[in-house]
Design a protein around this ligand. Sequence first.
Ligand SMILES: [Zn+2]
Length: 294
Amino acid sequence: MTMAAGVQNWVVASAISAMTAITLAPASHAARSDHLADAHAAYRSGQKFLVVLDPGHGGNDKGATYKEGGKTYTEKELTLTLARDLARELIIRDFNVVLTRNDDHYVALSDRTALANKVKADVFISIHLNSSNEKMKSGGVETFILNHATDEGSKRLADLENSVLKDSSAKENTTTPDVSLIMKDLILDANLEPSRKLACAVHQKVREGTKDRGVKQALFYVLLGADMPSVLVELGFINASGDRERILNQKFRLKLAAQFTSALENYRAKKTPRGCVVQSELQFKRDIPSIQKR
Ligand SMILES: [Zn+2]
């Protein structure tokens, strides 16, 4: 698949200084290409574990929203703030980090994982916030892995893949849809167990101090394209006052970033978390843009 125009907006935070890397204003195209090349070089020399962080939504896609006192809180803004704080902490702790977006623009879901594949990320982490109609103080945290390994899931995956393959963006793909699907199936199967370990490592840390909604499996299109272990984390409910206050509080975000980083250090060190159960029921999430075509 060719890289879409959105590539030039991808920001690689692999530079020497964490602060400058993350607070970079939108760079020139050339500078961005240099950063991308740096990320490749760093990976190839095996220097650092590379995390692709994906702040959910962006641009016209606001994600979940909540209005209070004349102010509208949007998931797209909060996920970006969370991802930036996390990236900063990870870089300080010797990880390489690539953000799928570092400003408020929309990046197609397939482009997000295409980037992760291109830079050969070790893990892909998509950051989201939940919402519900229920009035509540704390909604809590839930972590998802992609699992297509059920009859219903496989069928849904095939439907999705087929619809993606019909897209003009896939025209250059010279393999037949069947071969692509088999290849994709093999990659997904190989990544299922590492994704479970990653999800458990992350969840056991980020659930601290909040309501634990568990590790679950779902069909998230944004994870489907990833050729590496991947998870999607819903770090709280935007409409829950307690969750929202925590996320808006920088002190809390720094604590969360430290928890996340510690989880990734454990994963990188291949420390398997104990007592982590992935709920067996497969979820069909409402927050799946490609299933609910936007
Ligand atoms: Zn979302």
